[in-house]
Write a protein that binds this ligand. Structure first.
Ligand SMILES: [Cu+2]
Length: 349
C-alpha cells in the first residue's frame, strides 16, 4: 500500500515538474530568447559547478573510506597473508595519487576552458613524444606491478614437501555445508568416489579401502595448529563452491570431479586474534565465496587455531570413520545430522 502511494507521488511529481518546465519555456519565448539557447551565463554556471562537484566527490570518497573502511580485509593471520597485503598496499599507494591528480586536472580544465567567444581553439592533432610518454609510463608501472604480483603468486602457491611436515586436511563442499576430513593415524586419506555417495555415506568414502577406516570427519568446526603448514585438498559433490578463508588470505575453488589445493601457515591462534581484535567471540571462518544456490549465504564453518599440543589433543578426541567391527560411526552421525539440517534449510526457504 505504502509502495503504491509512493509510486503515485513520484508520478504526480514528474507531471508537475514537466508543467513547470513548460511554463519557463513559454516565459523565455515571450522575452524573445530561444528556450534551448545556451547563454554565456549558463556556461559560467556550469563551469563554476565543476570545482564544486570535485570537492563533493572527494568528500564522498573520504566519507566512504571512514564509514566502510572496516569492511576491508581483516587482520592477516598467515605467513603469506602479510606478503599479499604488501602487494595490495603498494597498488593502493600507486593508484590513489594518480586518481587524485587526474581528477583534479579533469575538473580544473573543464572550469578553466569554459566557452569564450573571443578565443580560438588551437589545432593540435598529434604529438609523438606525448604518445610515447603516456604509453610507456603506464606500461612500465603495470609491468612492475605484474612482476611483483607474479613473484608473490609463486611464493603463495608453492607446493609443500614432506620436509615441511604439513597437517593435511580435505575440505569437502556440497550444497550447503562443509566437511573437513583428517587422514587419521596412517596419514593417508581413504579413497572416495562420487558413485559411492548415498545413504549414510555422504562423502562417497570407499569403505573397502583400509586407509579410509581411521579417517576423521568433522563438521561445523575444524582445528589447525599454529605456525605449522596446513595442506588443504578441496573437493565438491555437486556444483562449484569456493573455499574462502579471509584471515588467511586463502581462496580456492572446489570443483566437482577434481581435487584442488592450497596451503598456508597460520601465525596467530584464535586466542591471540581475540586479543588483537578486542572481540572475545572472534573466530576464524571458512566461507563459500561462489554463489552456489539458495542457501549459499549460510555455508560456513568455524576454524580454530590452537597450539600444537591442543591440536593433537583435539584430534585424538575425534571419531574415526569406521570402527574395527565395520560399523560406520562418524559417517553415520554426520550424515543424519546434515540431512536434517538440509531439510530444515530447504523448508525455511
Ligand atoms: Cu557453496
Amino acid at each position: 500500500m505504502l509502495n503504491l502511494l509512493i509510486l503515485i507521488a513520484v508520478v504526480l511529481g514528474i507531471i508537475a515538474l514537466s508543467k513547470v518546465v513548460k511554463v519557463l519555456e513559454q516565459a523565455s519565448t515571450v522575452k524573445g530568447v530561444q528556450p534551448y539557447e545556451v547563454t554565456e551565463r549558463d556556461n559560467k554556471t556550469q563551469a563554476n559547478l565543476m570545482p564544486v562537484f570535485l570537492v563533493l566527490y572527494f568528500a564522498f570518497i573520504v566519507w566512504q573510506l571512514v564509514a566502510w573502511g572496516d569492511f576491508m580485509l581483516p587482520e592477516a593471520a598467515s605467513e603469506h597473508g602479510v606478503v599479499v597485503d604488501g602487494l595490495m598496499n603498494t597498488t593502493w599507494i600507486i593508484i590513489i595519487p594518480v586518481f587524485v591528480i587526474t581528477h583534479i586536472l579533469l575538473f580544473y580544465f573543464a572550469w578553466k576552458y569554459v566557452y569564450n567567444k573571443d578565443r580560438k581553439a588551437e589545432y593540435f592533432p598529434h604529438n609523438n613524444k606525448l604518445e610515447i610518454l603516456w604509453t610507456a609510463i603506464p606500461a612500465l608501472v603495470l609491468l612492475i606491478l605484474i612482476l611483483y604480483g607474479l613473484s608473490i603468486w609463486n611464493e603463495t602457491m608453492k607446493p609443500l614437501t614432506a620436509e615441511d611436515d604439513p597437517v593435511e586436511i580435505e575440505i569437502y563442499a556440497r550444497q550447503f555445508d562443509w566437511t573437513a576430513r583428517y587422514p587419521g593415524e596412517d596419514g593417508k586419506f581413504g579413497k572416495a568416489d562420487v558413485k559411492l555417495i548415498g545413504g549414510v555415506n555422504s562423502l562417497g568414502m570407499d569403505s573397502t579401502d583400509q586407509n579410509s577406516w581411521d579417517d576423521k570427519l568433522v563438521k561445523a568446526e575444524f582445528v589447525i595448529p599454529v605456525n605449522r603448514p596446513v595442506q588443504f585438498y578441496f573437493r565438491s559433490q555437486d556444483v562449484i563452491h569456493s573455499a574462502y578463508m579471509p584471515h588467511f588470505r586463502a581462496q580456492m575453488n572446489c570443483v566437482p570431479g577434481m581435487v584442488t589445493r592450497f596451503n598456508f601457515v597460520p601465525t596467530k591462534t584464535t586466542e591471540e586474534m581475540r586479543d588483537i581484535t578486542g572481540d572475545p567471540e572472534f573466530y576464524y571462518q571458512l566461507l563459500c565465496n561462489k554463489i552456489c544456490g539458495a542457501a549459499h549465504y549460510n555455508m560456513g564453518m568455524e576454524i580454530t587455531v590452537v597450539s600444537e599440543e591442543d591440536y593433537e589433543e583435539w584430534l585424538a578426541e575425534q571419531k574415526v570413520f569406521m570402527t574395527v567391527e565395520g560399523n560406520t560411526s562418524a559417517a553415520n552421525e554426520t550424515t543424519t545430522e546434515t540431512e536434517e539440517e538440509k531439510n530444515e534449510q530447504l523448508s525455511s526457504l
